[in-house]
Design a protein around this ligand. Structure first.
Ligand SMILES: [Zn+2]
Length: 348
């Protein structure tokens, strides 16, 4: 079969190449790839910044935002041939830490977890892949290709769960929410917040184009300026840019008793903004700044339900580009107005 592979930490090593069929020990469910979404993580692995091949191997199959069709469900699964499935990305660490021991591998405390397409397990950018039945999430068949959005949806499902849990620490009646960043994660956050009784605002750099259109289609207000220029103090901020100045501005701008959930991963920022000032702003307003990454099975299951209950026409506009596997390099190059690019292996 063919697969998109990389020699981790070796820039320029990514290839679409002949690759051995998935090994039986990778799972009893055999799946034909339909599509794989690409994100910044894939770009960084291809650039050689990080990534780990499976033990004893030199190359790693890329890809963690999967969608596939079951070829053979194997002996111990309730799946049927033809079912659409998405593969959970992370596997608990082998020790295991207390969180992995109870199935909350998203909260792993020792960092020894593994991740498909990223850390020590092959990803999903191959014509066929295998998965353990307990890590395969069945997708509502009517979603079709939109099932490829399930993995990004899990990130938001967990983040919003965290915000709701934190809100219970006091009497809490949030009225306004701000999402910073109108990429796939930010837009999915906006989608999920739009079904709640909140005044919803989304901020990004783009002045015009698809992102503002998608935000307005949710009944939300779009802003292209700075967080500090907003004329209200959000009760909830979901930060999806990972940009230092946006994060610092958010800490200053959030309302009293507010919650800022950070989902973006960046580097650097505003050195002029003293850390103690940022902290003082949080202390004096009882604010919580919480980081959120990855998702466990509860979030994957809920994300599948959330996706199935969402407006299909709106969701379909998030997939702005479909590339063939042999053109994966183009898929990894960001173009203006890209929201989600997918690599399509077969028709749904
Ligand atoms: Zn763990």
């Amino acid at each position: 079969m063919k697969a998109i592979t990389v020699e981790p930490k070796k820039p320029g090593s990514a290839q679409y190449e002949d690759f051995p069929e998935p090994e039986e020990n990778e799972g009893s469910v055999l799946v034909e790839a339909v599509a794989v979404g690409v994100c910044g993580t894939d770009v960084e692995i291809v650039e050689g910044k990080y990534g780990w091949a499976p033990p004893g191997k030199t190359r790693l199959v890329l890809g963690h935002e999967s969608l596939g069709r079951v070829i053979d469900p194997g002996p111990r699964s309730s799946l049927k041939p033809g079912d659409l499935v998405v593969g959970i990305v992370r596997r608990p660490d082998p020790v295991p830490c207390p969180n992995c021991a109870v199935g909350e591998w998203d909260m792993c405390t020792n960092g020894q977890y593994t991740e498909r397409g990223i850390k020590e397990i092959h990803g999903f950018m191959s014509e066929r892949w295998r998965i353990e039945p307990e890590f395969a999430i069945k997708v509502d068949s009517s979603l079709g290709i939109l099932g490829v959005l399930l993995e990004p949806m899990t990130v938001i499902t967990k983040a919003l769960e965290q915000i709701l849990l934190i809100g219970q620490r006091a009497y809490w009646e949030p009225k306004t929410a701000l999402v910073t960043g109108a990429g796939p994660i930010g837009l999915l956050a906006a989608l999920r917040l739009s079904v709640r009784n909140l005044q919803l605002h989304v901020l990004d750099r783009a002045e015009t184009g698809l992102k503002p259109e998608l935000v307005r289609a949710l009944g939300a207000t779009y802003h292209a300026g700075r967080v500090l220029d907003l004329d209200f103090s959000p009760d909830v901020i979901v930060e999806c840019m990972g940009v230092g100045s946006v994060i610092a501005d958010s800490v200053q701008k959030v309302g009293a008793g507010g919650i800022i959930c950070l989902t973006g991963v960046g580097a650097g920022g505003v050195a002029s903004r003293a850390v103690a000032d940022v902290a003082a702003a949080a202390v004096l307003k009882n604010n919580v700044i919480v980081g959120s990454v990855n998702a466990n099975k509860r979030h994957w299951y809920r994300a599948g339900q959330n996706l199935a209950n969402s407006d299909r026409e709106w969701l379909s506009r998030l997939i702005t580009r479909r590339e063939k596997p042999e053109n994966f390099h183009q898929a990894l190059e960001r173009q203006p107005d890209d929201v989600k690019t997918i690599i399509q292996f077969s028709e749904v």
